[in-house]
Design a binder for this molecule. Structure first.
Ligand code: SF4
Length: 465
């Protein structure tokens, strides 16, 4: 899961409007989607300049550095990307080449590509690109396969290339491509990964999330439709094209549960806030708790806890203090000591917790690596009882569409009953939101959602390789 962003300062004279400060401002608003690395690329229609580095978006960019970059990164169109890698070895240092936007040439002209998702069964496509002369730098990168297929295509029109390449990709993806004066957005045939378009009087924006429109005062126009390509040129949206007729709507429900910022519109125009508030109310009916305090595990749990606590009439308190380092444990590379990280990330507040029966609120429970530690920390801080409520259903199946839940072996609910999980967590009670409750909280019919990690119903055939 990554963040993609493309901005075109459309109604302006070339060279007068700089896209760089806009990318730096709006890119920050997709930084929660990937904190391992980031990059931006700008173009004046002919020359392309790229800056990529490790860390959270904008990290280490002093005022002086920003001025230098601003002088270097001229142009009125550009992309930004925030990386959350689902491939590579534990804690592996990101190679500059795996950081996006990826840049290559198409018939002698540069193009840049932002990608979010996961495409698989790539052996045949890799061979095809190699036969056409591409020399792969990475063994595993699906991004490079997409770049290679575009760069080696015999077609001379970039849209025709996409119409040729995209149907060959199996999986889920959202792409933003910068080529000449255009930014081009494309979405997978089931609209699993998010992509939407926004506009103000001057700029067109393509983004994983609409929260990135806000700093520019851009309005949410709509989501890019399943199997659609949107082309934005200097005068605004030039065309909408279908790259396939075989489409369906299966939004990733995990965007609403965890990834997306609450103020973002996605999944049929819903805000993530809408889901989290509704889920809190539904949980209060399904699994109330007899406790003195509701305490959100900071980050994903806050809005659920708010709705749950007010519906039950139990005080909501900040009993866990989050370190400003702001490490998201679910999104740290595989193999990192998540228990130790949890102690760095969260500190319990004894003044709040001591002698109380508390209920911890979690958005989801994937690996059971950090919950036992969190419960233990609460007991150590003097909690009399610790209950846990999880505001999504048990995750029993891997995700093949770009979320880091690749094998059944790592999923707590795929291997243990709720009672066993409660016991391992050391909690006094533990309840999940039901699958039906979760669907109801979206306000959408289940046919419009990807629920595969909850029920095993995969909208796109799983990988065979
Ligand atoms: Fe989202 Fe789960 Fe579907 Fe993956 S399997 S896309 S995490 S709903």
């Amino acid at each position: 899961m990554c963040g993609v962003l493309g901005i075109s300062c459309s109604n302006c004279h070339r060279g007068k409007q700089q896209v760089f400060p806009k990318l730096m401002t709006c890119g920050n608003d997709i930084s929660h989607r990937g904190e391992q690395a980031w990059g931006i690329v700008t173009s004046d229609g002919e020359n392309m300049v790229c800056h990529r580095q490790e860390g959270r978006f904008g990290e280490g960019i002093t005022e002086r550095k920003a001025e230098q970059l601003s002088r270097k990164m001229q142009g009125h169109v550009g992309l930004a990307h925030t990386l959350y890698s689902t491939i590579g070895k534990s804690g592996q240092k990101k190679q500059p080449r795996s950081i996006q936007p990826a840049v290559a040439e198409f018939h002698g002209k540069p193009f840049a590509l932002d990608y979010n998702g996961n495409v698989y069964d790539l052996s045949r496509l890799r061979k095809k690109a190699m036969a056409a002369g591409w020399r792969f730098k990475s063994k595993f990168s699906d991004t490079e396969v997409i770049v290679a297929l575009i760069a080696t295509s015999k077609q001379t029109d970039i849209i025709e290339v996409l119409k040729e390449v995209l149907p060959q990709l199996k999986g889920a993806f959202a792409l933003v491509i910068l080529y000449e004066n255009k930014i081009i957005g494309a979405r997978d045939s089931c609209s699993i990964r998010p992509l939407c378009v926004g506009y103000n009087d001057n700029d067109f924006v393509l983004s994983s999330e609409s929260c990135a429109f806000y700093p520019l005062g851009a309005k949410f126009i709509r989501e890019v439709r399943p199997g659609e390509i949107i082309v934005i040129g200097e005068k605004g949206i030039e065309k909408y094209i279908k790259w396939t007729d075989k489409t369906c709507c299966r939004f990733c429900i995990f965007e609403l549960i965890y990834f997306a910022r609450p103020d973002s519109r996605l999944c049929g125009g819903r805000t993530a806030y809408y889901y989290r508030n509704k889920a809190g109310l539904i949980m209060a009916k399904e699994s109330p708790v007899d406790a003195d305090l509701i305490i959100s595990v900071p980050g994903g749990g806050d809005l659920f806890a708010d709705a749950y606590a007010s519906e039950l009439g139990i005080p909501l308190r900040q009993g866990l203090f989050k370190n400003r380092l702001g490490i998201r444990t679910f999104m740290t590379p595989r193999g990192t000591d998540r228990k130790a990280l949890q102690r760095i990330k969260l500190h319990p507040l004894e003044e709040v917790i001591w002698g109380k029966r508390i209920c911890l609120v979690e958005d989801s429970l994937v690996r059971l690596k950090v919950l036992p530690e969190t419960v233990l920390m609460c007991y150590e801080a003097g909690a009399r009882e610790v209950h846990v409520r999880v505001f999504s259903a048990p995750i029993c199946y891997p995700c093949y569409y770009g979320v880091d839940m690749a094998t059944k072996a790592e999923l707590a609910a795929a291997n243990f009953s709720t009672e066993q999980i409660r016991e391992q967590a050391g909690a006094d009670s533990l309840a999940y939101l039901s699958l039906a409750g979760m669907i109801r909280a979206t306000g959408l019919p289940s046919e419009m959602l990807c629920l595969a990690c909850f029920n095993g119903d995969y909208p796109v055939e799983p990988p065979t390789e």
